[in-house]
Design a protein around this ligand. Structure first.
Ligand code: 15L
Length: 267
């Protein structure tokens, strides 16, 4: 374990910043990558800059890597060109470089927005048709599909995490259903990198949330034991929600505002 070279893309982003200290303890020698150096880079941390739209730069970062945690990309809805470059071209470059480098395990940070148009009233697993709620959500479905291809065709063990919302606590009522703490997410990443039997999996990235919408039993079968519960922060989440007010479309669907943005359909 200690000798493996694990690369974290998107290391300077939101999730990268929250998980780096925990990952560094599990994977000594962790290689951090992003377009720009993290502002809080610590002595002893290794950083290699790469623009994911540049195949040569991605290949240089992934050379000799055993595992990749791919968080890099555009993390919310964007213009088609932003999504195309960062999340379609960039994601493809990462999978290709991983194949060429002989990477054994790849974690792909998918999102709840791959299934955002499921109604909040429905409990869902991972064995169902995707319902992306945005161009961003479509790009996450693309990454999940690439993961399936590279697992079947090239034998890379790929785990896709449909991450809810990562942070110290849930930000509003929707997040009471989808929140995940940084340490629970790191536990999931560890399963993706280390579980011996893994070929291709889709897990939900959620803590132990009583209001949850997702059946994450496959993650539990492989050992996931979340330590945190969104309900512990319900008072905070409801107080924040009261400041936001209603969203007649977004409030119906799991993806929230990603569903109501640009919406021209009837509900
Ligand atoms: C996501 O996929 C985004 O990366 C994040 O910024 C949040 O918007 C999150 O979903 C969410 O749904 O809360």
């Amino acid at each position: 374990n200690a000798r493996r070279r694990i690369v974290l893309t998107g290391a300077a982003g939101g999730i990268g910043t929250m998980t780096r200290p925990l990952l560094a303890k599990l994977y000594p020698g962790l290689v951090l990558s992003d377009r720009v150096k993290p502002a809080d880079l610590q002595p002893g941390e290794t950083f290699v800059a790469a623009d994911l739209t540049r195949p040569d730069e991605v290949a240089a970062v992934l050379k000799d890597a055993d595992g990749v945690i791919h968080l890099g990309g555009h993390s919310v809805e964007g213009t088609w060109d932003q999504i195309l470059q960062a999340n379609i071209v960039g994601c493809y470059n990462v999978f290709e470089a991983a194949r060429e480098a002989g990477v054994k395990r790849l974690i792909f940070a998918s999102s709840n927005h791959a299934i955002g148009f499921y109604p909040r009233s429905k409990r869902i697993g991972t064995d169902l048709t995707v319902k992306p709620d945005s161009r961003y959500g479509v790009s996450k479905v693309f990454g999940e599909a690439l993961g399936s291809l590279y697992s079947d065709k090239h034998g890379i063990g790929v785990t896709c995490f449909r991450i809810g919302n990562v942070g110290p606590m849930p930000l509003d009522v929707r997040r009471l259903s989808i929140w995940i703490s940084p340490r629970d997410l790191v536990q999931l990443f560890q399963i993706g990198l280390d579980h011996p039997d893994l070929r291709y999996e889709i897990f939900y990235g959620a803590s132990d949330n009583a209001a949850g919408w997702w059946d994450n039993s496959r993650a539990q079968q492989l050992g996931y034991r979340p330590q945190d519960k969104a309900e512990d922060h319900r008072v905070h989440a409801e107080a924040e929600q009261a400041k936001i007010g209603p969203d007649p479309v977004g409030d119906l669907f799991q993806g929230g505002t990603f569903c109501s943005a640009e919406f021209t359909n009837d509900v």
